[in-house]
Design a binder for this molecule. Sequence first.
Ligand code: COA
Length: 644
Amino acid sequence: MALSATLLLRQGLLHGTKNCILRANSATGTMVVQSRYFRDDQESLPRLPVPPLEDTLNKYLKTVKPLVTDEEFRLTEELVKKFKSSDGVGPKLQQSLLERAKTKDNWLYDWWMNTAYLDYRWPVVVWSSPGLVFPLQEFKTLDDQLSFAAKMIVGALDYKKMVDEKSVPVEYMGKDKLDMSQYFNILGTCRIPGVTRDSIKFFGKESNPPKHIVVAHNNHFFKINVYCDNGEVLSVRQVLHQLRNVVERSTHPASPVGLLTTQNRNVWGKAYKKIRKDKMNRASVDEIQQSIFLLALDGPIVNPTGNIMTDAALNCVHGNGPEGYAGNRWYDKTLQFIVGKKGAVGLTYEHTPAEGPPIANLMDHIMDYIASGKDGLVAESKREPHAPVMELPRPQRLMFNISPDIKQEIEDAKVSLQSLVDDLEMTCFNFTGFGKDFIKSQKLSPDSFLQMAIQLAFYRIHKEPGAHYESASTRKFLYGRTETIRSCSVESVEFAETMLNPEVSVSDKCAALRKAVDAHKNYVKEAVNARGVDRHLLGLKLTAIESGFDVPTLFMDVGYIRSSHMRLSTSQVPARCEAFMCFGPLVPDGYGCCYNPRPNNIMFGTSAFNSSPETDSATFREALEKSLMDMHDVLLQDGLKSKL
Ligand code: COA
């Protein structure tokens, strides 16, 4: 805790609030005070509101307009009018939703967990679990790789101390405190497959929380206890010793049982029942599920593309399939760190319990930990006398009994995963033309500017607008998760058309750019205050289903379908270090695009599917870089003109 707080203080990261600084300074004081602060912070958060029906429907119509013909729009308007009229179903559903909200801490939370994640039957690999690529390292020897992995493990456990002590600094959005519960959901957590619906278990929150991690190498899994008898975390040298032992005892690949977790969830749900019938398998699966996290030691990148960022991203997202390291994973596990032989490092995380920011924060903490005190060796030498390396029990091999039936399941998983791996393509890059400092200097919101660049890139390629999802955090509210920012707007389309029209003057282009950025920023303000469109409409739809009503025709209309077919799935995940998150597209003919805006550069992870003849991530990158530079130039030229 002391190290974490000082590190954060030294780097000026306990930003902005007296409350946080008080808490950090109390590192030498009592934990009770910190816990009380934390509990008060959580309990004082407002409850997620249900927006007025009329407001949501008006906003909805605005977002549908750029994506449909005039005739289609008239039909959508008619349906909305009918839905919200006094004899329509809308007011009844709204009333039921308001009643639900009175009885819940967060009216959406359970519904969201199920509809967005646990009911979702497609594989978590590619379709749901993001990758996070850490700053790339250079390992020359096996010991370089293992030393980094050992530091990563101890750095993550150092972070866990803050979680256990409930002293993670409370985050703010402007003046508003944010819900911190996601930070407590990511360690010791695992998704459990089910035949029709999965579940999630938070072992880290149980009265006797796990004290071990699992290390995967060559498809073997080993349990390593990471705490000494006196409750202290093992030192880097002790963990390194254990990792060497793991590598020595797993020189040949084992049967890739982890591949089962890459399957369609129904298929895995059924196979899971089978595999658990064997006592030894059940015990091994339990240890993996209950571990604090998993760390995978990989070999060199398989099938490299020549772009190391892209290679690392693909390895994080799908491990390069059965020919690569996908069998060296357990994709149900919330956190899986990945350390490749040559220096491609990162993680993949199962999305159910948290959004990207807490995960990126954990990564920043690990990288700070590694950078501090000579890679943590100073802290280590202080602890060393407590638990010499010799006394450590050997890592425990987790054994599997692979019956012919399970062998067949693994073979099937290989085939399914390979087709997913063949389909996904990515282009990841560091855009160095400018960063968020330039955008701020133009008095524009960096995030809205980047979203408009993505809209322009799409329009440049497809000559039409694309429905566009951006995640907005609703953590201002208790247990808040996200709202959708519908980034495609009438203004974004006007902007794209204007930018691509050589006849239009620079000042008109600049005006269209500023108008589109402002329109987006206004939507962001609404979304972070839980006054978007999508979560409210989802709530009304689920209320209809739970009340036994027919699903309203509003949800079958072309306007609804087209505006929800998110051809652009985008997200900002900021991190202090040179890192980026990445994920697959939401729809077969779409793009994924995640970015980390930094002061003078922007890291991008983009993706598309090979099976779609219309989309290609390299083309998207080219269009995006051109769009960013065109927008930059227009702003500068207009600025120069107005000075003359
Ligand atoms: N002029 C100058 N500066 C401006 C500006 C303007 N007009 N508008 C904004 N800025 C500044 C802000 O003050 C801020 O400054 P800071 O870096 O000192 O804090 C900075 O630019 C960034 O602001 P902006 O780009 O507008 O966006 P944001 O940081 O508020 O992010 C969202 C917007 C939607 C990304 C954010 O609210 C959010 O919800 N993030 C979570 C998303 C998420 O959960 N993703 C993970 C999904 S897995």
